[in-house]
Design a protein around this ligand. Structure first.
Ligand SMILES: NC(=O)c1ccc[n+]([C@@H]2O[C@H](COP(=O)([O-])OP(=O)(O)OC[C@H]3O[C@@H](n4cnc5c(N)ncnc54)[C@H](O)[C@@H]3O)[C@@H](O)[C@H]2O)c1
Length: 326
């Protein structure tokens, strides 16, 4: 492929991978509401149950501008054939095995999906000249003590195999840009929460335990802090990243307001009207002591502002959570 590949894509069509997941499905819904045409793919990877992901897609499936394809990014030729057919202007890549803790048990699976699968999508993007928007993670910052985290201060020293696959993913995206000259935009997401929350994440787990009257295991004795970021704000950022004409951009997407896990529990108690029983435990391997995003770059490059307070975001989570079966 030549260094300055022409942009061949259909200006209206956006391909979203991992579209049935928590974050991807919100981005799809927002893009459709903006009048975009979306082709979505997902493999229904069994990290959590397929029916949950099918429900995430329910609203999108009502749109005439939406097409869904069940496909695994590890299927190199399947991905290539789909991208050849759709010729998207932009590919937004959420397909990944997420979750820090499981990556300590089966790092090979994470490498297979988050690195090898990603390369398949990048190679297909190169073939059709699509811009590439990549969902990276705050976990690439590891235990960096310089807070808040700035994009240009990442040291490439993650604490878990999951974080390592995101460091590798960013490197592959940069290599892709060096080889093709195509636009890339990397978004580092900070602890996303809200409706459709992944069941392995703290907000969901804590809420479930609280409603069941069970005690909540709080690692690092509840002192670890996270920059909890509302999924609606994240979706707005992705819409802006897609619309942006930046050729090579990396942005943190965090609320710039960290809370300790203990503060999160207190906020959930207020929103759910329940009180929690706590089981204070030591830190776990793989867990970062703190995350905190410097968002100067996202503010200036895409005009993004995280607007949702923790209490408002948790209230939106609650409304969805109480409707969820089981
Ligand atoms: N949720 C967060 O707090 C957070 C934070 C940082 C980064 N991220 C990143 O954002 C992206 C979305 O995360 P999420 O929380 O929505 O997770 P999720 O598990 O809900 O969504 C990921 C989706 O990708 C699909 N998928 C997995 N492997 C696939 C494959 N090989 N081919 C096709 N589809 C595949 C899954 O079935 C799932 O629907 C991921 O890349 C994740 O690493 C999320």
């Amino acid at each position: 492929m030549s260094a300055q590949a022409p942009r061949l894509g259909n200006a209206e069509t956006i391909l979203v991978t991992g579209a049935a997941g928590f974050v991807g499905s919100h981005v799809v819904d927002l893009l459709l509401s903006e009048g975009r045409t979306v082709v979505a793919l997902d493999s229904f990877e069994p990290f959590y149950p397929r029916p949950v992901k099918e429900r995430n897609l329910a609203r999108a499936r009502e749109s005439a501008n939406f097409r869904f394809v069940e496909l695994d990014t590890r299927d190199r030729y399947g991905i290539r054939a789909l991208v050849d057919e759709v010729r998207p202007a932009t590919i937004v890549d959420f397909a990944a095995r997420a979750g820090v803790r499981d990556s300590l048990i089966d790092p090979w699976l994470y490498i297979d999906i988050n690195v090898r699968g990603l390369q398949n999508v990048l190679a297909a993007a190169a073939e059709v000249g699509a811009a590439f928007v990549f969902a990276s993670s705050s976990s690439i910052y590891g235990a960096s003590t310089r807070l808040p985290f700035r994009e240009d201060e990442a040291e490439g020293r993650p604490l878990s195999p999951y974080g390592a696959t995101k460091v590798a993913g960013e490197a592959l995206v940069h290599a892709h840009r060096a080889m093709t000259g195509l636009p890339i935009r990397i978004a580092r997401l900070f602890t996303v929460y809200g409706p459709r929350q992944r069941p392995d994440l703290a907000v969901y787990k804590f809420a479930r335990l609280m409603l069941d009257g069970a005690s909540i295991p709080l690692y690092s004795e509840g002192r670890a802090t996270r920059d909890y970021t509302f999924v609606g704000d994240i979706a707005a950022a992705f819409s802006a990243l897609i619309a942006s004409d930046a050729d090579d951009l990396t942005v943190n997407l965090g609320s710039h307001r960290p809370y300790s896990n203990l503060e999160l529990v207190r906020a959930l108690e207020r929103v759910l009207g329940r009180s929690a029983t706590l089981d204070l435990l030591p830190a776990q391997p793989g867990d970062a002591p703190a995350t905190f995003a410097d968002i100067t770059q996202a503010r200036s490059a895409i005009g993004w502002e995280p607007l949702t307070t923790l209490d408002d975001g948790l209230a939106a989570f609650r409304a969805w959570f109480l409707e969820e079966p089981g």
